[in-house]
Design a protein around this ligand. Structure first.
Ligand code: PLP
Ligand code: ZN
Length: 373
């Protein structure tokens, strides 16, 4: 199967092997639609990783680059959080090799890089994405450079470098860090394994939807709540459900309820104002670091996905993040503040604003608490 990139603005197509990371016109690249058939019987039921959905993934059916790279990621449990609310289910997506959902995207991106013969990847992130790319690159025997902003905690830097990645500490902001990484990519130093730019990442996060389909026996929830910063889980989840719908395996696409941080909410602002593009905002400081993205590159696509599903964008009240983290811990789940924020946003919407839930809702627990102080 020959997979092509396609520009989201001008539809120009590229071969991923060219190492291009954005279109000549400046547009972001998506994966051009590729033909595949998939139904329940195509699930590889003896493959205990997200490669059980190989038929729906951008690999040849006889491709095996992934076999030495997978760490059994995926297949995360879906369980009720609290018996008082049987309609609220959590998907424990921090039960992953590097303790966040980013492993879904990273394992697909790195396996694809290996298949294409890539020797070195470059990425910028100080958080879970950098950690995940570093781990999988190491496992694949691919060199890895991760750019992080100065001020990144030494714990995070240790985590990344323990996987053998080279950490570049960049003076300035998160945006300056991205520019440095982009410069290195433009100089031909490596393949840009960015969770924001590289569309193979989203081919991995789409397995979130495939798992829900399989685990709930096709009974898709009314809504899914998804944290959104750059939108890697949100867009992946949307692509996955859209594919399942087009394959006639599900009857409807769930409403996507996206959660932003109250103090950094550019996509929420655009949604509220009825705009179809996102303007950069200022991050005024939040505990929900993992979703505090002031300039989300895929903002327009995120707005579209939420609107098509008749979903909503809500914000997480900053003052409730810590108490929600404690509540989740009382229910047995020790999560990072960004994950508590996602939940705080949902609870606020559900309880105080009195929105009745008509059906089931699934909320992911995206990041483990142990990584954070
Ligand atoms: C990355 C991450 C998010 C946000 O994902 P985006 O792709 O930026 O929308 C939320 N929670 C956790 C724990 C994460 O690691
Ligand atoms: Zn273009």
């Amino acid at each position: 199967m020959s997979i092509k990139y396609i520009c989201c603005k001008c539809n120009k197509k590229y071969d991923p092997k060219t190492l291009v990371f954005r279109c000549d016109c400046g547009g972001l690249l998506d994966i051009d639609e590729f033909d595949f058939s998939f139904s329940k019987k195509d699930i590889l039921s003896n493959e205990w990783s997200l490669f059980r959905y190989l038929k729906a993934l951008p690999f040849d059916n006889n491709s095996n680059s992934w076999k030495d790279i997978t760490m059994g990621e995926g297949l995360t449990p879906i369980v009720p959080l609290d018996k008082a609310y049987p309609n609220i289910l959590v998907k424990v997506d921090y039960l992953m090799p590097t303790l966040s959902f980013k492993d879904r995207g990273a394992v697909i991106l790195i396996s694809k890089a290996k298949e294409m013969g890539i020797r070195k990847v470059i990425q910028d992130s100080s958080g879970n994405a950098g950690n995940s790319i570093a781990a999988y690159a190491s496992r694949a025997g691919i060199d890895c450079d991760i750019y992080v902003p100065e001020g990144t905690s030494s714990k995070k830097i240790r985590q990344i470098s323990s996987h053998g990645a080279k950490v570049h500490i960049v003076k300035g902001t998160r945006e300056d860090t991205a520019i440095e990484a982009l410069n290195a990519v433009e100089n031909g130093e490596g393949f840009y394994a960015s969770h924001v730019y590289n569309p193979f990442f989203y081919q991995g996060t789409k397995t979130y939807a495939y798992e829900i389909y399989e685990q709930l026996n096709g009974k898709i929830p009314e809504s899914v709540v998804i944290p959104v910063g750059n939108g890697t889980l949100l867009l992946g989840c949307y692509y996955g459900f859209k594919e399942l719908f087009n394959l006639k395996l599900i009857e409807k696409i769930p409403k996507i309820i996206a959660v932003q941080a109250e103090r950094c909410s550019p996509i929420y602002n655009a949604f509220k104002e009825g705009k179809d593009f996102v303007s950069e905002t200022t991050n005024t400081g939040t505990l929900a670091e993992g979703i505090a993205i002031a300039k989300p590159m895929r903002g327009k696509q995120i707005l579209e996905a939420v609107r098509i599903t008749k979903g909503k964008i809500i914000t997480a009240p900053e003052s409730k993040i810590n108490q929600t983290r404690e509540y989740l811990a009382k229910k047995g789940f020790y999560v990072e503040p960004t994950t508590a924020a996602t939940f705080a946003g949902f609870l606020d919407y559900f309880n105080e604003k009195n929105h009745n839930l008509s059906g089931k809702v699934i909320i992911p627990l995206c990041g483990a608490g142990l990584k954070k102080d």
